[in-house]
Design a protein around this ligand. Structure first.
Ligand code: GLC
Length: 712
């Protein structure tokens, strides 16, 4: 159904609703704290939505909702953020950060499409995804949920996955609503502290944090989720300027806005800007939040405020109109139990999509010639807990971690999945190579547990092999919400184990299986090869092993910079000029690994960069290696003189090109004036005439780029 017709129907229904029915429609109830009885009570009351309920439980609630006076169907939301991971039958993809290593919008779109099908087949309608936060302070626990540190790359991948989730028509049974989150600036909290203060100006908001959300709105994203934090002292949940004036009047957003978890109540007990629930309810609704996540006290709080004449019913009417319009557009009234293809969980096409995403995300960061492993290798030792730890490989927001935490890891891992050890073992078995595994130390040591014997066993296994594959990283309790880190060094005895393995004199390939960049120190600097896998999903082991043995030519590129030391943060590539000395006096100037960095078994050369008067860019890219490969051509710009400081370079375009060994291609990219715009001191988006430098190349590193000057 088209939006205008849906809005008309919504207006008509709204006119028949009582005040109680309207306020109830704004409430989203969680199944995890009220359980079945509590949820049924709210369904009878006419709650507009439920979250974290699956399958038959959802169907029961919908049937209850359909019995209410006006029979308004509920909408079910869930955190399906790299697959419908809260359901243990579903396909689990690489995390957003791992997926972003592919620099491939089609990979993101496909991840969204498959996730939508599996969420829909569960009778659910809406995912709280994508995260469009900017992961620039990697102490933050939720960097794994981002598409990395760059607004342009985040916006491109975010728009793609939204298209995958929503398709072309919200009413079809195989697609679901997307939810761009967390609006706005949530990842930039001071100190990397989750949900803390984001001390940025409105100009910075418009320059850095708003662009990905504009792309999401332009991609038709149906819902937006408000961020926990606050901008310059005003919580987003209470920030009408950002939530209404910017989002609706400037970006032309026409869907509905939901708060984050219990954010309305936080205004009272945590952020202390409301004295009671009635005041908080008025604030949240008046700021432009249409749906209230899990704060059930909003119901009575808003009714009290309306009764006491403290707020006009028009505030509620506007919110309910936004919600009902989307419900009509999805044809939820006609198909309250709409669901996708029965039993499509984990069908082969879906599993293939997860493996394809994993293959395109593998990022080779260092290789002194050790890889790909060749015929002279007779025995491989795979070492490290994370080489055989599917929980670490999956990362956050799967059935291991949600909807309720499981600190004792009681939930069984459901096949299919392939760990790094299993992937290596499979190739070795096929190739007549012996393979052995030893855990060595735990990533996160258990208090008082002596691991000496485990380390000795790992060193013995390594000493007896020709090469070592050593997995390092982090584990579930070390990341996620409420789980920021002050020290990003590899935890436990991971460094010590590396040094012992190094003493064996065998070549070592370090594989990072982690939620985000960690300070890898010698495990990167002194390894013969380094591969980044992050949380690579179900088949990360297959993809990593294929890269190690040369069955896959890695094409991943980093979407985020790696600090050498936690104190080096913020280390993102698009820094401002002006730092006296430009570096800490106790660290090298560069990050450990740079944004856009990644290599394969090919090599690529760039020449003849040109930009014509219509801003059409051409550059010749040649595969100078002896293997066919895929190159991600990255285009950056720098504004030579600008009225406000602008970054030393900023990504404005990228594309991928497949090149056979020895092949050259002229790559064409159409740039636009917008790529050279800045936000001036009056918060206006302008292109200031003058000289710009345009860069093209293999990564954000100066040595990987060629450049020309242009004048606009
Ligand atoms: C959480 C997260 C948000 C998630 C929501 C529902 O607190 O901040 O990203 O979608 O609650 O689970």
């Amino acid at each position: 159904m088209k939006r205008e017709l849906a809005k008309e129907k919504a207006r008509e229904l709204l006119s028949k609703m009582t005040t109680e029915e309207k306020v109830a429609q704004m409430i989203q109830v969680t199944y995890t704290d009220g359980g079945r009885e509590g949820a049924l009570k709210w369904a009878k009351l006419g709650a507009g939505s439920f979250l974290h309920v699956l399958g038959d439980d959802a169907r029961e609630l919908q049937q209850e909702a359909m019995k209410t006076r006006l029979g308004i169907p509920v909408i079910f939301g869930i955190d399906a953020i790299h697959g419908h991971g809260l359901n243990n039958k579903a396909t689990i993809f690489p995390s957003q950060l791992a997926c972003a290593c592919s620099w491939n919008p089609e990979v993101a779109r496909k991840m969204g499409e498959v996730t939508a099908r599996e969420v829909a087949t569960d009778g659910l309608h809406w995912t709280f995804s994508p995260v469009l936060c900017i992961g620039r302070d990697t102490r933050w626990g939720r960097v794994n949920e981002t598409f990395g540190e760059d607004p342009y790359l985040i916006g491109e991948l975010g728009a793609a996955i939204i298209k995958g989730y929503q398709g072309e028509d919200l009413s079809d049974d195989e697609h679901i609503l997307a939810c761009a989150k967390h609006y706005l600036g949530y990842g930039e909290a001071t100190g990397g502290r989750d949900a803390y203060d984001t001390e940025v100006t409105e100009r910075k908001v418009r320059e850095v944090f708003l662009p990905p959300f504009k792309k999401a709105v332009d991609a038709g994203c149906a819902t937006i989720m408000t961020a926990y934090g606050f901008l310059d002292g005003t919580p987003l949940t209470a920030n009408r300027r950002i939530l209404h004036d910017v989002l609706r009047d400037e970006l032309d957003f026409d869907g509905f806005v939901i708060t984050d978890w219990d954010n309305t109540r936080s205004l009272v007990w945590l952020q202390h800007i409301a004295s009671d629930m009635s005041e908080a309810s008025i604030m949240a609704a008046s700021a432009g939040n249409d749906m209230i996540m899990t704060t059930k006290e909003f119901y009575q709080g808003m009714l009290d405020a309306l009764r006491d004449g403290k707020v006009d019913i028009s505030v509620v009417d506007e919110a309910v109109l936004h919600i009902l319009t989307i419900k009509y557009e999805m044809e939820l009234f006609e198909k309250p139990e709409k669901k996708g293809e029965p039993g499509c969980f984990g069908k082969q096409e879906h599993l293939d999509a997860s493996l394809d995403a994993a293959r395109k995300s593998v990022t080779l960061l260092r290789n002194n010639g050790m890889l790909p492993l060749g015929g002279n290798v007779k025995k491989v030792a795979v070492i490290g807990e994370n080489a055989d730890n599917v929980r670490a490989q999956y990362g956050d927001w799967t059935y291991f971690t949600h909807p309720v935490p499981d600190p004792e890891n009681t939930r069984p891992a459901i096949r299919p999945y392939v760990t790094l050890w299993e992937g290596v073992k499979e190739i070795c078995d096929q190739s007549g190579i012996e393979a052995v595994y030893a855990k060595g130390c735990k990533v996160r040591p258990i208090e008082g547990q002596n691991e000496d014997a485990d380390l000795e066993e790992a060193v013995r296994a390594a000493s007896d092999a020709d090469v070592i594959i050593y997995a390092v990283g982090d584990v579930i309790p070390q990341f996620g919400e409420f789980s920021d880190r002050a020290d990003l060094n590899l935890s436990g005895r991971q460094f010590e184990l590396f040094n012992k393995l190094k003493e064996t004199g065998k070549p070592i390939c370090t594989v990072l299986i982690s939620s985000k960049p960690l300070c890898m120190g010698d495990t990167a600097e002194k390894a013969d090869a380094v591969i980044c896998g992050f949380n690579g999903g179900m088949f990360a082991g297959t993809a990593l092993a294929e890269a190690i043995f040369g069955k896959l030519n890695p094409s991943g590129r980093l979407p985020i910079s790696f600090p050498r030391h936690t104190g080096q943060i913020p280390v993102y590539y698009n820094q401002m000029p002006g730092w006296h000395g430009g570096k800490y006096n106790d660290l090298p100037i560069e990050p450990l690994f740079a944004f856009g960095e990644g290599m394969g078994y090919s090599a690529f050369a760039y020449e003849d960069l040109a930009v014509d008067a219509n801003l059409k860019l051409t550059v010749t890219v040649k595969n100078t290696g002896d293997q066919d490969g895929v190159e991600t051509v990255q285009i950056y710009q720098n504004d030579s003189v600008s009225s406000v400081l602008t970054p030393v370079k900023r990504l404005i375009a990228f594309t991928q090109v497949a090149l056979a060994s020895g092949e050259s291609k002229v790559v064409e990219i159409q740039l636009s004036n917008d790529d050279f715009a800045l936000i001036n001191s009056k918060c206006e988006k302008v292109v200031e005439p003058g000289e710009f430098t345009v860069f093209a190349g293999h990564s954000s590193k100066d040595e990987d780029l060629i450049s020309i000057k242009i004048n606009l």
